[in-house]
Design a binder for this molecule. Structure first.
Ligand code: NAP
Length: 322
């Protein structure tokens, strides 16, 4: 019998009537997961679309990601977002992976397709979507990615697939940089931060600049140090400088890039678009990205006011840049 759950309206009214026995569940697994913005993004979208779906956060301890994914089948969860440290284990627990997830060996999205678990990775495509919001396409462009971890690899692959002419990766460890650059095939190469000077796009995929993590690392003269010691004079007009970090909204890298005349974009757009792609995969509906973005901005402001995030800086709507 066809599964018609989740197609009715999500009641906005009386508590107790919702969620019901027919509400469809999706969620996120991570460790830690309590600060995840994913429930805010997905529930805002589900309400907007009038879906009888709900999205919750599951704190799943490290090492149990595979079991949590397998449990989707017994619990009838329709979709799971997967965050650190479960991305590789979740991939291993899937019956099938999309081509992108297969290449990366990790997933951030699992879909329960009528009892078949399918893994996907929407991070890289979400990043490219966020560039499109800035009116920017990687086609024929020279890109430099700083960092060689999971996010960097997804970004390198997506930039190459979107037609970048060159993707250079700089990282602390040369072999990691080479491994990440290999995701761009012959157009990828390990390199140095100074190559930012020739790049059309510079992407920070390290946590340097994040609130609370690697923050306030300053060089002796009080100037915030940039990822991998990147020198500000390598940045300038005609470039787009993107940071995958979104809290603070303006990282030291983005502040320096702006002051030198480069265009900038933080990681909030990527976060919204990777979630929008998940929602589209699970529900088959076009995701209301503007509603998701507004919900994210509201939540970030709330957290900044309550002091749980540190100073956020100037928040801008990533899907409607000024
Ligand atoms: P990851 O797998 O742990 O990789 C981190 C990378 O940064 C590694 O190459 C690491 O190098 C490097 N790194 C760490 N500390 C550094 C330092 N002090 N100086 C220079 N390099 C350093 O993490 P990830 O998942 O790729 O995430 C990277 C960043 O992207 C994080 O800030 C994360 O929040 C952000 N992110 C954002 C989104 C979004 O939707 N906006 C999605 C995913 C990730 P080593 O190997 O040498 O340690």
């Amino acid at each position: 019998m066809a599964d018609t759950r989740g197609h009715g309206p999500r009641p906005g009214g009386s508590l107790g009537a919702w969620p019901s026995a027919t509400t469809v569940l999706a969620g996120v697994i991570g460790d830690p997961v309590e600060h995840s913005l994913s429930p805010v993004l997905h529930n805002a979208a589900m309400v907007e679309l009038g879906l009888d779906w709900a999205y919750v956060a599951f704190p799943v301890p490290a090492g149990r990601g595979g079991r949590a994914v397998e449990a989707m089948l017994d619990l009838g969860l329709r979709g799971l977002s997967v965050t650190m440290p479960h991305k590789a284990m979740a991939a291993a627990a899937c019956l099938r992976l999309t081509a992108v997830a297969e290449r990366l060996g990790v997933v951030n999205t699992v879909t329960n397709l009528n009892g078949e678990l399918v893994g996907d990775s929407t991070d890289g495509a979400g990043f490219v979507d966020s560039l499109a919001d800035q009116g920017w396409s990687p086609e024929g462009k020279k890109c430099l990615v700083l960092g060689a971890g999971g996010a960097a690899r997804a970004v390198v692959l997506a930039l190459a697939e979107a037609g970048a002419s060159r993707v250079t990766v700089a990282a602390r460890q040369a072999e990691q940089a080479a491994a990440a650059a290999a995701f761009a095939g012959p157009r990828g190469a390990p390199g140095q931060p100074r190559e930012a000077e020739q790049a059309d796009l510079v992407v920070n995929a390290t946590p340097v600049g994040m609130a609370g993590v690697g923050r306030s690392s300053t060089s002796g003269d009080g100037v915030p140090s940039l990822p991998l010691g990147l020198s500000p004079d390598r940045l300038g007009p005609g470039q787009l400088v993107a940071d995958l970090i979104y809290a603070p909204a303006t990282t030291p890298l983005l502040a320096v890039a702006r002051s030198r005349g480069a265009d900038t974009c933080n990681g909030l757009g990527m976060l919204i678009h990777q979630a929008a792609r998940q929602l589209r995969i699970w529900t088959g509906r076009e995701a209301p990205v503007e509603v998701m973005s507004a919900a994210a901005l509201r939540e970030l402001r709330k957290r900044a006011e309550s002091g749980s995030l540190g100073a956020l800086g100037q928040l801008e709507d990533p899907v409607r840049p000024v």
